[in-house]
Design a protein around this ligand. Structure first.
Ligand code: BTN
Length: 327
């Protein structure tokens, strides 16, 4: 709970103007202190009107996924229940999550969210541009997910994002192997998973989710792999949408798939993933470092690998790379 919470509480309760003096009296803060804290609340996205004669009025809530706003609406038992950490700016939520998980072996379900990242990381060490207006978050998870299900985690995370976009917008996102989320063939979100293994079991996994929500995608074109086009939800919708609402959905959906993974049913998740994918039986190029395989996607195996038929080979099992549909 932020320091500002007593002020927020009073502003909410008042439903109209409340003087700086009354706020100071009821919170025990000086009037100067109240003015400073009002400024901080505004930085958090709260719309607070002020009038020299009447004081302050809360005219609108925030849409930032702030911990104290998220916990009010979040319906989960593990993810985000232990702790939600919010930063206006961070190097990378993923790196911060990894250092927290290394420091404290007891944390599980902790969520780290940033308004912007200055050194966001994508897969295979790509740079991930993360300006204000996106969802940039990382979740720390620990066993009891069986180690054998770990390769399915990226698929579960991609599905959670895909389901959440479907629930909160009229858009029709698709998952693209291994773990991109596409709209009309353009990438709107990506997943990065970092795993720490030890003695035959995994210590922790950090699921990183990046979504271009209310962002001008023209400014994001340098974000990604050269062969993939980029979009944002606001560009597809033609208007901005709620970041707080979408974040809640994603965390709840992630918890749903997390429970499935704990119960050891990768097949169900892969089947669900395939239903939401646009690559099965499509002609594709799979690009990895300096090689490219051209062929038709036959299937995705229960371990998450891709089965491709090429001109020279009936079945090639691919475990890494980026897929481009060639039609
Ligand atoms: C990809 O290459 O498609 C994966 C992109 C993952 C980006 C997210 S944003 C939150 C988290 N923090 C990072 O630095 N990266 C991930």
């Amino acid at each position: 709970m932020p320091e500002e919470e007593p002020l927020l509480y009073l502003l909410r309760r008042q439903k109209g103007y409340i003087s700086g003096r009354t706020l100071a009296k009821e919170t025990g803060i000086s009037t100067n202190g109240v003015a400073k804290r009002i400024k901080i609340l505004r930085q958090y996205g709260y719309y607070i009107e002020s009038s020299p004669k009447m004081g302050y009025r809360l005219a609108g809530g925030t849409d930032l996924p702030l911990p104290w706003e998220l916990v009010k609406v979040l319906d989960t038992l593990v993810i985000g229940k232990d702790k939600i950490i919010y930063r206006h700016s961070v190097e990378s939520t993923q790196n911060l999550a990894i250092s927290l998980a290394e420091e404290d072996p007891s944390i599980d379900g902790t969520v780290i969210i940033a308004e912007q990242q200055v050194s966001g990381r994508g897969r295979v060490n790509r740079k991930w541009l993360s300006p204000k207006g996106g969802i940039w978050l990382s979740v720390i998870l620990r066993p009891p997910i069986p180690a054998s299900n770990i390769t399915i985690l990226p698929f579960a995370a991609a599905l959670a994002v895909c389901d959440s976009i479907k629930k909160t917008t009229p858009l029709n996102p698709k998952v693209r192997w291994p773990n991109d989320i596409m709209i009309e063939g353009k990438k709107v979100a990506g997943i990065l998973i970092d795993i720490s293994m030890g003695a035959g079991r995994f210590n922790y996994a950090v699921i990183g989710i990046g979504i271009n929500v209310n962002i001008d995608s023209l400014a994001m074109s340098s974000n990604l792999e050269r062969h993939i086009k980029v979009t944002s939800l606001s560009d597809e919708l033609g208007h901005k949408m709620s970041i707080l609402g979408l974040t809640k959905e994603i965390l709840e959906r992630l918890e749903y798939y997390h429970i499935q993974l704990k119960n050891s049913i990768p097949h169900t998740i892969i089947e669900q993933w395939k239903k939401n994918s646009d690559i099965i039986l499509q002609k594709v190029e799979v690009i990895h470092n300096d090689w490219t395989i051209e062929g038709v996607v036959l299937d995705v195996n229960d371990d998450g690998s891709l089965l491709v038929r090429t001109d020279v080979c009936d079945n090639i099992k691919v475990v890494a790379g980026d897929v481009r549909v060639t039609y």
